[in-house]
Ligand binder design. Structure first.
Ligand code: NIG
Length: 412
């Protein structure tokens, strides 16, 4: 028989996370006490007791990793990042700490526009050089798959540049990247008086070029005062759907606008942020089967309140996912374990729900059928942690417990 290339043994438990979002999260994590995990040809081949491994499965070429009595889970999936950008906004962070708001900074010409200027100026090589260490850090936290948005180019050429960078990054490092077109992240400065024309540019030029070149799986719109209206988002996202892209939205982040209801109406894959989602919005998401992507690091970082009502979303039966929202303005952090801690402390999730949200919940929000879980036949994306169970992740706040990260069967 063909021997295993990798065997992980001596675990406290293996969380296979094979349940559904509607069942109690502790059960959905599907713990396998003291199980071992066998990998063949980059895929999960065996999960179960070591004594029941078929004879001959382990051979001289099998790499054996000892979990030292700690737990093993699937690689984290980060369903919301803006990981490709140039420049930084540390001065804006400082201003916010002194009382300025995100909106005030944006109205004064900073915010997203600040990063757009730097990103337009950067070459593809610059953007790759800047993004690689961020992705490396994410990998070290145990993230093996991440969504990445464009949205700091806001011209045909610069949006294509950003998405080409995402495509090239996919081949240069191990984190699997899911690209999202977000030309409707902000109305660019030069179109401030001609926003209708910018929407036309998005629909008639940027979207078709991105779709033809196969550069994005999703299209996302920032629906907010000072960003895009419901009508504008509807126009762009319906066009995106016709071009074969799935849709997601930034909604109800800084103010309540009925954005979750819009996401439900459009049958979005996810509604992200949701700090100000209404009761009706929560029910609409549940009824339409739209995932909620929470990014509590941004709520903390922007010093705004409330946090998104994770508890209510879960109780209504919504699949809740959790992301870093890594970006230079509202969440300069690759630290997904910190987001897990905040999800428990501020969004009202249990540790099991937070862990679900950063693994299988996030994979479902991205429409990824074989990520965020450990299931025979799936790619072997795994994390061996330095603690005995998942509760230590939110508890030991913001600390990295990922000891060994495995992507496609390779220790990375
Ligand atoms: O998801 N809300 C809009 N977009 C980002 C922030 C981007 C930025 O400030 O550069 C977010 O929080």
């Amino acid at each position: 028989m063909e021997t295993l290339e990798l065997l992980i043994r001596n675990t406290s438990e293996v969380l296979t996370v094979e349940g559904s979002p509607q069942e109690p999260a502790e059960r959905a994590l599907t713990p396998q006490p003291h199980a071992c995990v066998g990998v063949r040809r980059g895929r999960i081949w065996y999960v179960g007791s070591e004594s029941a491994l078929p004879p001959g499965a382990v051979g001289p070429s099998t790499r054996v990793l000892d979990a030292h009595g700690q737990f093993v889970g699937p690689g984290f999936v980060d369903p919301h990042t803006h990981a490709v950008f140039a420049g930084e906004r540390a001065a804006e962070f400082d201003l916010r700490c002194q009382g300025a708001t995100y909106l005030q900074i944006a109205q004064a010409g900073g915010g997203i526009a600040n990063t757009v200027r730097a990103t337009r100026f950067a070459s593809e090589e610059d953007l790759i050089r800047l993004a690689l260490p961020r992705l490396q850090l994410m990998l070290e936290y145990g993230i093996t798959t991440a969504e990445v948005k464009s949205g700091y180019g806001l011209t045909l050429q610069d949006e294509l540049k950003m998405l080409r960078v995402v495509q090239r990054l996919s081949t240069l490092q191990p984190v699997e990247l899911i690209p999202t077109l977000m030309c409707a992240h902000a109305v660019p400065e030069e179109y401030r008086e001609w926003r209708e024309s910018y929407l036309d540019l998005c629909i008639q030029e940027i979207l078709p070029a991105v779709a033809e070149q196969g550069l994005a799986r999703f299209c996302d719109v920032f629906v907010e005062q000072g960003a895009f209206t419901h009508a504008e988002a509807r126009r762009l996202l319906l066009a995106a759907r016709k071009r074969g892209l799935q849709v997601r939205l930034h909604v109800d982040q800084l103010s309540a606008s009925g954005g979750a209801e819009l996401a439900a109406e459009l049958g979005a894959a996810s509604a992200d942020h949701l700090e100000h989602v209404s009761e009706a919005g929560i029910q609409a998401l549940a009824a339409a089967g739209v995932s909620a992507v929470l990014v509590p690091t941004a709520t903390l970082f922007l010093r705004v309140r409330p946090y998104a009502p994770g508890r209510k979303l879960r109780d209504a039966g919504v699949n809740v996912a959790l992301g870093t929202n890594l970006n230079p303005g509202s969440a300069m952090s690759e630290n997904l374990p910190l987001a897990l801690g905040l999800a428990c402390l501020e969004n009202g999730l249990t540790a099991a729900e937070a862990y679900w949200a950063a693994t299988r919940g996030a994979a479902l929000a991205l429409g990824l059928s074989s990520e965020g879980r450990i299931s025979v036949g799936d790619p072997a994306n795994l994390v061996i942690f330095s603690c005995s169970n998942y509760r230590h992740l939110p508890y030991h706040l913001g600390i990295n417990h990922a000891r060994i990260v495995i992507k496609g069967g390779h220790v990375v």
